[in-house]
Write a protein that binds this ligand. Sequence first.
Ligand SMILES: Cc1ncc(COP(=O)(O)O)c(C=O)c1O
Length: 404
Amino acid sequence: MAAFNPLEFRQHFPFFQSQPDWIYLDNAATTHKPQQVIAAELAFYQQANSNVHRGAHQLSQQATALYEDARETVKSFLNARYREEIIFTSGTTAAFNQLAFGLMHSLLKPGDRILISTLEHHANIVPWQLHCLTQGVILDVVPLDSQLMPDLEAYQALLALKPKVVSLTQVSNALGHILPLQQMLSAAKAAGAITIVDGAQGIAWQVPDLQQYPADFYCFSGHKLYGPTGIGVLYGKTALLEQLKPLLGGGEMISEVSFQQSSFAALPARLEAGTPNIAGAIGLATAIRFLRQFDAKLINQYKGKLLQQFADGLAAIPGLRSLTQVTQSAGILSLQLLNEHPNDLAVLLNEQKIAVRAGSHCAMPLFASLQLPGAVRFAFAPYNLPTEVEKTLEALQAATDILR
Ligand SMILES: Cc1ncc(COP(=O)(O)O)c(C=O)c1O
């Protein structure tokens, strides 16, 4: 594979031709879409639009083939063992809601414990809380160490309480920190837990080989991986997926229905009620095929370089404090301007057409534990350029001069 060329990569994204003035550093919220993805969705609607798994007609068969091909693409991307282990959802949030509902109504009993970390996104907190009180299940949280990583001693102590479920993010969306999941998940498995990974940020950093990875479930969203919004994946080991009570009931997911009772279809249909996001699944598979043309290691090295350039430049701007350990980060840096609300900085950057996110990043408990109102997050993607980093540093210098 040739050396990674960011300009060549960037050319695939029409956004940058139509909005050349913008510097887009909100990639942890969502990424832009390459032309191939946009074209694939358009082509489906223009040439093959039909519902899946229903019609006897050829168009429906074609739509079904495209949708099921997309499942195969995801399966091979993650190296899952079986296609039935890939459930299409509307995103990571939907996957977690299915998991929380499904586990709470099958394998978990009153008094059981679920273990998460302080770095979790609300999507890996709130769905559990929705059931904890009624089901009598206890949610434990691994605290952070001085590096703002999970405190591994405390983690071991919490594992000794024998949680039934350990659910951790691969990468913190708020700080960018990459969790030592190989070690943490292996310890959780050794303690007998079901393991869940929130891959919403991690999938763009390191795609797991799910036949080797100690995770029973893995979730991600297409839109953070250059795919469309409204499509995501819940991967699970077959034996566990089969035990999950479906969150959504309706068409497609049943085997027999009477007014007295219903029986459910086999996987994956069992957990995919209703008409799925067919164009989204096709778009996601196209994004995966697009990405596979590039060497992920080289992409990560390049993102690491941009991050380091940014961190070096920040050191020269007084008053800014990075919350992120750059060497532990998957291309994200979150910072604070002392005594200022993060929003003020983001507003000034927006005036210079620099898109960043400010606030608590759907990780309110994390910022509460840090006793901070939030942070300004800069999330780099491989289409970002060193010249954009320079301009962002200049804009930050100007913004901090105004605010101070
Ligand atoms: C770590 C993490 N988990 C979950 C989510 C939720 O993803 P979605 O909004 O696509 O469902 C996000 C989105 O920002 C995230 O960063």
